[in-house]
Write a protein that binds this ligand. Sequence first.
Ligand SMILES: Cc1cc2nc3c(=O)[nH]c(=O)nc-3n(C[C@H](O)[C@H](O)[C@H](O)COP(=O)(O)OP(=O)(O)OC[C@H]3O[C@@H](n4cnc5c(N)ncnc54)[C@H](O)[C@@H]3O)c2cc1C
Length: 250
Amino acid sequence: DLGNRGLFGLQIPESYGGLGLNHRDTVAILQQLSAIDVSLATLVFLHNTNGLRPILNFGSEEMKSQLLPGLAAGRQLAAFALSEPVAGSNIGAIQTKAIREAKSGWQLSGEKRWNGSSWAGVVTVIAREYDADGTSHGVSAFLVRQGTPGLKVGEESLTLGMRAIVQNSLQLDHVSADPASQLGTTGGGWKVVNDALSVGRLMTAAVCLGGTKRAAQLLFRYAGVREIASGKLIDHPHTRQRLAEITSQI
Ligand SMILES: Cc1cc2nc3c(=O)[nH]c(=O)nc-3n(C[C@H](O)[C@H](O)[C@H](O)COP(=O)(O)OP(=O)(O)OC[C@H]3O[C@@H](n4cnc5c(N)ncnc54)[C@H](O)[C@@H]3O)c2cc1C
């Protein structure tokens, strides 16, 4: 299965039970996987990049040694909750709040949307951090565990054909986050976001490319066997031109 073959820990160092792959090898694997199933490849890429990078690059050593071996083996998944009803393309508009409490950490409240695998075992939540008196500390990131009181997986956002990965809303109603759950520093949330999204964009491209190459392969295969009045479809000048255009664009 995918977990036993290491697909849920592609870039996690071997010391934590992952494969420790570089971007080049990861891109090659995602292309191949998406040639088989784009939706499954999206599940794998979202867990590996948006899900795991915040923990790997911004989590404490204790958090990493506790969580990464199980996550790399696919025993539980990691999700990333940034988008909100009014903050999609414009992520600067997020409204989820993390209100600091005296010593016990934060209370997170707000609504996230379009989060792939929202039901995952651990979720990185991006929120605006404030003191109880309203003083702002910028945007911060927190790791929330599924089952924490106040965290509720909401409605599914329906997609066309994305059957292996479900996008849900996520409601946070005074969800407690203790000091050990902070990823990075206070006000350092955009660093966590940029790290996940920049690599996420590369992996999205790999998934799209793999699916597109496979579609082109099927076009060639079909044109090679389809007989039309003038002979094989692939020998028709118009078909050859169309296939050449498609291939050169890939
Ligand atoms: C399969 C899938 C998985 C996802 N997984 C996650 C996830 O794991 N975590 C997460 O946080 N989010 C996730 N998302 C959400 C994704 O990041 C958002 O869908 C994306 O940011 C776009 O936001 P939106 O859908 O609200 O579109 P909108 O922001 O409403 O944009 C709609 C269209 O309007 C255009 N537009 C918007 N504003 C402007 C402007 N000012 N000027 C010009 N054009 C504009 C956009 O380019 C777009 O074409 C996922 C989405 C999908 C489809």
